[in-house]
Design a protein around this ligand. Structure first.
Ligand code: PAF
Length: 297
């Protein structure tokens, strides 16, 4: 496994691999790797002969300096995990390598970036779309893999790649969960004690909404209320959003369901370090199509 810090050096590796007829998979990460990232690597290995994992805590996608500073950094463990997983290249650029002095070019996927996490974290997806563009230009992959937990991020990146013609296949990989259903996230290290046990409120809310659809509930506001009630059973939880959206374009769903719908959740919990700080967890599920009227119970 090779550790590459420089964009031009990675491009040279990619050119060489392409000239050799090898396919390249890119797994963009911000480090603090967990089993969810390793599932992306595994999926990448099944699709390409060369797998590149980028590890870069991207400053332009953080709204608060404190959040950027608190983002977990586990460099040595990340390298060991990549080696073990059979990664070929770890791309670890310096911030000034990706954002040179005077940097002023941004990629903004306008409509898809606005709601949900974009509303709570203005500018977040502009930072994500910009850094992912730069990573795609550096690694020149045939395929790039992203977790479905970050549904909106995946939608933004798919649209960006399509609109700008990157010529790369964007692949979503299902969310990996703890035994109790909590979606894996690098931010989970900030949860402890009661907050950690109550964090399963998100997956319980998704389960409750799915069960309600299967039982015949088709009113978006009723489904959102079911999710909110379930989260409300966790006293430490503070809801950021719990919304039903169209999976394709993330527009708010108001009319009774007649096809697939996305239930997207973001919930704050107290951070283990205390001092009134919070950790924001997200999760989502594409809910099933409602049954035809005559088949509902
Ligand atoms: O999902 C992440 O870890 C980041 O948003 C990404 C895609 C690596 C861009 O910094």
């Amino acid at each position: 496994m090779e550790i590459v810090h420089d964009t031009a050096a990675l491009q040279a590796r990619a050119d060489e691999a392409r000239a050799d007829g090898k396919r390249i998979a890119l797994v963009p990460t911000m480090g603090a790797l967990h089993a969810g990232h390793l599932a992306l690597v595994e999926a990448g290995r099944a699709l390409a002969e060369r797998v590149c994992v980028s590890i870069f805590v991207n400053p332009t996608q953080f709204n608060a300096a404190a959040d950027l500073a608190a983002y977990p950094r586990t460099w040595e463990a990340d390298l060991a995990a990549c080696r073990e997983a059979g990664v070929d290249w770890v791309f670890a650029p310096e911030p000034e390598g990706l954002y040179p002095e005077g940097f002023q070019t941004w990629v903004d996927v306008s409509e898809l970036s606005e709601p949900l996490c974009g509303a709570t974290r203005p500018g977040h997806f502009r930072g994500v779309a910009t850094v992912v563009s730069k990573l795609l230009l550096a690694a020149k992959p045939h395929v790039a893999l992203f977790g479905e937990k970050d549904f909106q991020q995946l939608a933004v990146i798919r649209r960006m790649s399509r609109d700008l013609g990157f010529g790369v296949e964007i692949v979503g990989v299902p969310t990996v969960r703890e035994a109790d259903g909590l979606a894996l996230s690098s931010r989970n290290v900030h949860l402890a004690g009661e907050a950690r046990s109550q964090a399963t409120a998100l997956v319980r809310a998704l389960d409750a909404a799915e069960a309600a659809v299967l039982a015949g509930e088709v009113r978006p506001e009723a489904l959102e209320e079911i999710a909110r009630e379930e989260i409300g059973k966790a006293p430490l939880a503070e809801i950021d959003y719990a919304e039903l959206r169209e999976p394709e374009n993330l527009r708010r769903l108001r009319a009774p369901l007649d096809g697939l719908s996305l239930l997207a959740l973001a919930v704050f919990f107290p951070r283990a370090s205390g001092a009134g700080e919070t950790v924001r967890l997200i999760d989502n599920r594409v809910l099933p199509k409602p049954l035809p009227q005559e088949e509902r119970t």
